[in-house]
Design a protein around this ligand. Structure first.
Ligand code: NAD
Length: 448
């Protein structure tokens, strides 16, 4: 198949490289000239494990190329994927579809012969109808069918997810799209990945429902972790105890500082708006959005409580800035709100992230950036683990104790246990797990 991918960001680039690896001929298009120049130079604009080798191998094999010339890429393609961004619209939280609609109009002008146009971007239910309308209006004689094929990859494990998906959802309104879409995914189909054909609107809704459900699951365990803290229960054991039930499943039950990233925050917000617009309010999603928003700042306050007194003028070291490990994506990372809360309280921040420092500098200013975890800890009054990068999983606490001004460690990802940290003279605070001091307090409260 000859494939054009419009938008060479996270999803476009990973999809394009994987389609090329399946044996298709792929042209990735982007408006951003710098991005395309970098890709043509063999530089990958994002950090995603394994993506550099995959791009290099397929580019060298002549199956993958990059261009800013949408017209020629589209004219030569049988299948065109739209993978442009759908951020939250400023002010109201609806998905901003202007990039999708602009891409649709450009594609309509450039198509040649029968072409399947596939929306891979996450879009509200009914967007495919509007994309089809725009294309018909722009070029009434074009032979186009519009398909929805939402993407479920996770940043940090994107290639594995793309090549071994749990399912591939394809929403069609016209049977003529079935065969070319099956052909695009044939290598995965042969690997037994279920190809699920549905109506277009259903496919669009599946993506939002999946993200909203996962965000809700995270938010549920986060609230349970607060209850654990107040009752002396252990959230990790609660999560395991419920997760072993097949009806619940153990994934997405790690209590933490709240979900972030390029998808969950904007997609939950957009789904909430869709529900309101269609007269079917999604109250669980609305509660999820509100609870998660509050949680990030609550984590800032938790750090201040863990330190035990006013943090004005105190130095707080931050380990991890990206919304999760193995990505340099800073979009809606919980670290942003946590750091803002600490800065508002007068703290001095010294932060380190293995891959996210450059992206962070354009989002978080007025803080110091350290060159390593130990540099962030040097002279700090409190050290906070925000993102669970592997590099932070075996910290040398004896060394940390010797370089910090005050031995206070806050673990927002439950990477450690109190018995690994406290013997080095640290006070240790984690999420939803009883501390010795907390249990003593609960015990004396119960005795009263
Ligand atoms: P991104 O911001 O990383 O990339 C979008 C790219 O599209 C940018 O490089 C931009 O320059 C380009 N672009 C915009 N308009 C264009 C046009 N008219 N022609 C050519 N290029 C154009 O976005 P992303 O993270 O890859 O997300 C893309 C879509 O996929 C979104 O709808 C998102 O919700 C969805 N999605 C993202 C993920 C993820 O993990 N990032 C996972 C699943 C789905």
């Amino acid at each position: 198949m000859r494939i054009a991918v419009i938008g060479s960001g996270y999803v476009g680039l990973v999809s394009g490289a994987c389609f090329a690896d399946f044996g298709h001929t792929v042209v990735c298009v982007d408006l951003n000239e710098q991005k395309i120049a970098a890709l043509n130079n063999g530089e990958i604009p994002i950090f995603e494990p394994g993506l550099d080798q995959l791009v290099a191998a397929n580019a060298a094999a002549g199956r993958l190329s990059f261009t800013t010339e949408l017209d020629s890429a589209v004219a030569n393609a049988n299948v065109v994927f739209i993978a442009v961004g759908t951020p939250s619209r400023r002010g109201d939280g609806h998905a901003d579809l202007s990039y999708v609609y602009a891409a649709a109009a450009s594609i309509a002008k450039a198509v040649f012969g029968f072409t399947v146009v596939v929306t891979k971007s996450t879009v509200p239910v009914g967007t495919g109808d509007e994309v089809a309308r725009i294309m018909r209006e722009t070029n009434p004689s074009a032979e186009i069918v519009v398909v929805s094929n939402p993407e479920f990859l996770r940043e940090g494990a994107a290639i594995e997810d793309f090549k071994r998906p749990d399912r591939i959802v394809i929403g069609i309104e016209d049977e003529s799209a079935r065969e070319p879409m099956t052909e695009v995914y044939r290598p995965l189909y042969l690997n037994q990945a279920p190809l699920m054909f549905t109506g277009r609107r259903t496919a669009e809704l599946i993506k939002y429902a999946a993200n909203a459900f996962l965000a809700m699951k995270i938010t549920f365990i986060n609230e349970v972790s607060d209850l654990c803290e107040n009752t002396g229960a252990n959230v990790q054991d609660v999560a395991r105890g419920i997760g072993l039930d097949n009806r619940i499943g153990g994934k997405f039950l790690n209590a933490g500082p709240g979900y972030g990233g390029s998808c969950f925050p904007k997609d939950t917000l957009a789904m909430m708006k869709i529900g309101q617009d269609y007269g079917a309010p999604l109250r669980l999603v609305e509660a999820t959005v509100a609870i998660n928003d509050q949680r990030k700042r609550a984590m800032g306050r938790k750090i201040i409580t863990a330190y035990g007194s006013d943090v004005r003028g105190k130095t707080i070291g931050i380990l991890g800035l990206t919304f999760k490990p193995n990505t340099d994506d800073m979009r809606d990372a919980p670290s942003i709100a946590i750091i803002q809360t600490l800065v508002d309280a007068g703290a001095i921040i010294k932060a380190y992230d293995p891959e996210g420092m450059e992206a962070s500098k354009s989002v978080i200013s007025g803080i110091q950036y350290a060159s390593s975890a130990y540099d962030a800890a040097t002279g700090a009054d409190c050290l906070v683990l925000v993102t669970e990068w592997n590099a932070f999983r075996s910290l040398d606490f004896a060394h940390l104790k010797s370089i910090m001004r005050n031995p206070c460690f806050v673990d927002l990802r439950n990477v450690y246990r109190d018995k690994e940290v406290e013997p080095h003279g640290f006070t240790y605070t984690s999420i939803g797990r009883p501390s010795r001091a907390g249990l003593e307090e609960l015990g004396s409260a119960a005795a009263e």
